[in-house]
Ligand binder design. Structure first.
Ligand code: TXA
Ligand code: MG
Length: 359
């Protein structure tokens, strides 16, 4: 057990003392959980190999799943990566700080522990004042995965971090709920065309608009299959998952929701008849069709506001776990814009336990 300090800060105007304290913890080799605009990260100074390895240990993260390197200014990119292509500079200029992570050729100064021995490195500049001030303050990049136990839903609040890591990390900077509630979009720019490794808080459509070219979307980025380790390390594990078992009800079209509602109701009733406690993850449009069941029902938001749906996703999974349900039935969403991100997370969280409503 280590003592875990929790320091509350104003997300927009964090106290310089709090940032200085966190920076000191990092410099001494400690682990600090900090907010970003996506989810909370669990950080170590990128050059401290022992500290980086401790991240893997406390998260119970497989050692072959590399970490993202966080920087606070563009000039740091050349410390982290080499042979940086034009596309990276365009994204950095137009979208950083922001929720997009670039996979580039790694520079020699980045320890192999960070990239799990791979020749490539993932790097991003988070759009959160606390994160940027912290990186500035230590004057070095911070290696940080999401601050959740491996396999659990990513943390969108300091409470989630504390649940997973109280007694195993040194400091939590609590700046309230994160803006997006879902992780960054990861794109590999060492290949042509650019390859989407993970859809995230920034839509692929937006990335393509900024780059002016198409991005390749492999089936694993849609969460349909698992990636091979060589292409997308870490994408192969059961991920983002609530403790409860989960089934995802998808449809070929979401113009009419009748079939989905019928299938969700049917599964819920059958499970409850067997004495299983059921949770339902649905949308504002369908919420009223489930309230008579006696299940724990959570709407993720309206289908016309996928930002809200993405933001509520991990939080709601954790809430259903807290409510003690043992089986979750989730509705699918159309794979457009952030819908791609939402479906990637839902398919992985369900362990690919998917039912087509229109079959
Ligand atoms: O929004 C985010 O990206 C958050 C915040 C904290 O920045 N971080 C995050 O980290 O989601 P993590 O570790 O949970 O997910 C990072 C993913 C890993 O699953 C890994 O597969 C991929 O990034 N990754 C990291 N380095 C890579 C590399 N060199 N090549 C390919 N994929 C890489
Ligand atoms: Mg993660």
């Amino acid at each position: 057990m280590v003592e875990t300090r929790v320091v509350k800060v104003d997300p927009f105007n964090p106290s310089t003392e709090a940032i200085a304290e966190a920076a000191e913890v990092l410099r001494r080799g400690g682990l600090v959980a900090f907010p970003t605009e996506t989810v909370y990260g669990l950080g170590a100074l990128v050059y401290l190999r022992e500290s980086v390895l401790r991240i893997f240990r406390v998260k119970k993260r497989p050692l072959d799943n590399p970490l993202i390197v966080h920087i606070s200014k563009l000039s740091a990119l050349s410390l982290v990566a080499r042979d940086v292509p034009e596309e990276a500079l365009i994204i950095a200029e137009k979208l950083w700080p922001g929720p997009v992570t670039l996979v580039l050729w790694k520079s020699d100064s980045i320890p192999s522990e960070v990239t799990a021995g791979l020749p490539k490195v993932a790097v991003r500049m988070p759009a959160h004042r606390v994160a940027l001030m912290l990186i500035d303050s230590v004057n070095a990049p911070i290696a940080a995965p999401s601050a959740n136990l491996s396999g659990r839903p990513s943390p969108t609040s300091a409470d989630h971090v504390i649940k997973d890591f109280y007694g195993s990390i040194d400091l939590v900077i609590d700046a309230g709920e994160t803006l997006h509630g879902v992780e960054s979009t990861i794109v590999d720019l060492t290949v042509k065309p650019p390859l989407l490794l993970r859809p995230g808080a920034l839509s692929v459509e937006e990335l393509e608009r900024v780059l002016g070219i198409k991005i390749a979307i492999p089936p694993f980025a849609r969460g349909l299959t698992e990636a091979s380790r060589a292409i997308a390390p870490g994408m192969k594990y059961r991920h983002y998952a609530p403790r409860a078992e989960m089934v995802l009800v998808e449809s070929r079209s979401y113009d009419s929701l009748t079939k989905i509602v019928n299938v969700v109701r049917d599964i819920a009733l059958k499970s409850m008849r067997k004495g299983v406690s059921v949770g339902i993850l649905c949308s504002d449009e369908t919420y009223n069709y489930y309230t008579d069941l006696g299940a724990v029902v959570r709407s993720l938001g309206s289908r016309s506001n996928l930002f809200q749906v993405a933001k509520n996703l991990f939080k709601s999974m954790r809430e259903l776990d807290e409510a003690g349900v043992s089986f979750i039935i989730a509705e699918g969403f159309e794979e457009k814009g952030l819908g791609l991100t939402i479906m990637n997370r839902l398919r992985k969280a369900s362990g690919h336990n998917i039912i087509m409503a229109d079959q």
